[in-house]
Design a protein around this ligand. Structure first.
Ligand code: TYD
Length: 134
C-alpha cells in the first residue's frame, strides 16, 4: 500500500473564484480538533523529522509548494505538494519530513487532536524501535 495517500478535494467556485471545503469524517478521515499552518519557512530549511504515536493529520499546500517525505520504517515515499485541491493524509507512526519549501508556501494542517508533545517521536532510532514492538 502506498504511503502517499492524496485525496482530491472538490473545488467549488464560480466567476468570483474558488472555494475548497474540508469536512471531518467526509473528505478528512478523522474528527478535526486542531488546525495550524506553516508559513514563511526560510529557503533551505526543512521541517518535521518526527512521527506521532496517535495523531492523524491531513496537510494541504494552499500556496506554493514543498516536498513531503514519508517513511513507515520499511519504505520511504516522497511527493511534491503543490495543489490547493489535494490533501495528503499523514497517519500515526509515519515519520515525516518536509523539504524544499517555496518562499510562498503555506502548508495548512488539520489534526485529530490537540497539541501534545508527549505524542511526538522526534528521535528516528526510537521510532524504529517502537515499530518493532507495535
Ligand atoms: P514542530 O511540530 O516541531 O514543527 P515542525 O514539525 O513543523 O518542524 O513545532 C514547532 C514548535 O511549535 C514546537 O515548539 C512545538 C510548537 N507547537 C505548538 O505549540 N502547537 C502546535 O499545534 C504545533 C504543531 C507546534
Amino acid at each position: 500500500m502506498s504511503l502517499v495517500d492524496l485525496v482530491d478535494l472538490q473545488v467549488l467556485g464560480d466567476d468570483r473564484g474558488q472555494l475548497v471545503v474540508l469536512e471531518a469524517q467526509k473528505n478528512v478521515p478523522f474528527d478535526i480538533k486542531r488546525v495550524y499552518f506553516l508559513i514563511g519557512t526560510q529557503p533551505g530549511v526543512s521541517r518535521g523529522f518526527h512521527a506521532h504515536r496517535e495523531l492523524q493529520q491531513a496537510a494541504i499546500c494552499v500556496s506554493g509548494q514543498c516536498r513531503m517525505l514519508m517513511n513507515d520504517g520499511f519504505k520511504i515515499e516522497e511527493v511534491i505538494l503543490n495543489s490547493s485541491s489535494k490533501a495528503i493524509f499523514i497517519d500515526k507512526m509515519i515519520w515525516h519530513e518536509m523539504h524544499d519549501f517555496s518562499a510562498d508556501c503555506i502548508l495548512l494542517v488539520l489534526a485529530s487532536d490537540f497539541y501534545d508533545e508527549q505524542d511526538y517521536i522526534r528521535d528516528y532510532s526510537k521510532f524504529i524501535g517502537l515499530l518493532k514492538y507495535a
